[in-house]
Write a protein that binds this ligand. Sequence first.
Ligand SMILES: C[S@@+](CC[C@H](N)C(=O)[O-])C[C@H]1O[C@@H](n2cnc3c(N)ncnc32)[C@H](O)[C@@H]1O
Length: 454
Amino acid sequence: MELEMKEETKKLNDVINSNNFRDLVKVLDRLGRLSSKFDKKPLIKLLNHENDKIRALSVKNLAKLEDITLLENFVNLINKDRSSDVRRESVSAIGRMRNPINKEILIKYLDDSDPEVILQAVRGLLVFKDDQKVKNSLTKLSNHPNEMVQEVIKKEFYGNGTNGFDPNHTLSPDFMKNVTVQGDVRDILKFTPDESVHLTFTSPPYYNARDYSIYASYKEYLDFLEEVFQEVYRVTKEGRFFVLNTSPIIIPRAGRQYSSKRYPIPYDTHSILIKMGWEFIDDIVWLKPEASVKNRNAGFLQHRKPLAYKPNACTECVMVYRKKTDKLIDWNIKQYDKNIVEESKINGDFESSNLWKIDPTFDKTHSAVFPLELCNKVIKFYSFKGDLVFDPFAGSGTLGKAAINLDRHFFLTEKEKKYIERIKENVSQSKIFSQNKFLPKFLNVNNFKEVVKK
Ligand SMILES: C[S@@+](CC[C@H](N)C(=O)[O-])C[C@H]1O[C@@H](n2cnc3c(N)ncnc32)[C@H](O)[C@@H]1O
């Protein structure tokens, strides 16, 4: 042990003397646990190193000693160092000592201009959160301009405190299971109970790009989506997901003297969703083969002139959002019986990146359907067996078909009668319904209103 320690110090001294930056970073990064007998002098010397990263790593290692005699070194760095990383690590090192003597010092850094420093001071002080002075200083930050600082304080002092089991989380109303309602989604959602849905995956109508979606203006279109997504937020269970598939669309030019116009739907809907409380989780890109999309290269292929370049649009956005909560995803998982969690696991190959290569599907009735593979992936990654998955713009009902095949329930809404017929065909092709006690039901808005009332 003694020998090992000497070895460690020697190794550290050797790299310091060799002045090899990369080796020094590597050694400092991998120093591991330090015993109380560790010779801290070489690390203290490195606190004056010219490189920010070396100074920050040295602080990080010294912090492991939880040694009060180092307090002055850390305070000096917080007050004088120009690197945010070094200052943050130094506050963290003081917090890590968990020594009540340091309370006053940490309180002082709650006023720092660097939110990272404040967050570290908050972390260090939360150990003493029952101390009235600490509590007062921390709660003053509940309106701090930085969102991360605000979130930590709100969670610690104003959270609802029910991090336990919610028996309703895994349940959904029977009257929504495997039900398709024909009508305007906005009318249907008025009767849909709060927090009844586990996952929504949808592809909304495109702005004036297809015959089923005529809006007076782009603003009217975005307002319509906002109204629907606000309701989706309400019906979604705490901490659960909303996956939205859209892509920028192009409206052809009105004549030779005009230009065509491109509308960045995913980017415009993103800010609307964030404003209503959805938390951004991931941006998945669905990549289609170039041969399957409209060719926009023809003109450029001939003239090759800059500015008039038009790439073929082979991708669509699959944006992933989560209903805002102060609970971790682990809380959502823990609500489920462990057998359900086990059975819902995604075994074998999975999409390891956010680039999903999937061929588009062409349907005999509907002009813009989800590929079944895309629905399968979204359902598997973002729901558990037995959950209720929702598509407000169901079209041909691909999501319903996938849900049944994967032992989930679906709830679909679709405006057009002709597509309801296609949904009937589609879901009846799925897994034998005799195993399922919820046979598919097709209702209109009034029928749905009645079943909700019962
Ligand atoms: C892009 S398609 C969805 C296709 C679907 N993902 C599929 O796999 O077949 C959008 C659908 O939204 C429907 N729709 C448009 N406005 C609606 C509204 N206000 N209420 C319900 N459905 C609507 C359209 O009729 C269209 O079928």
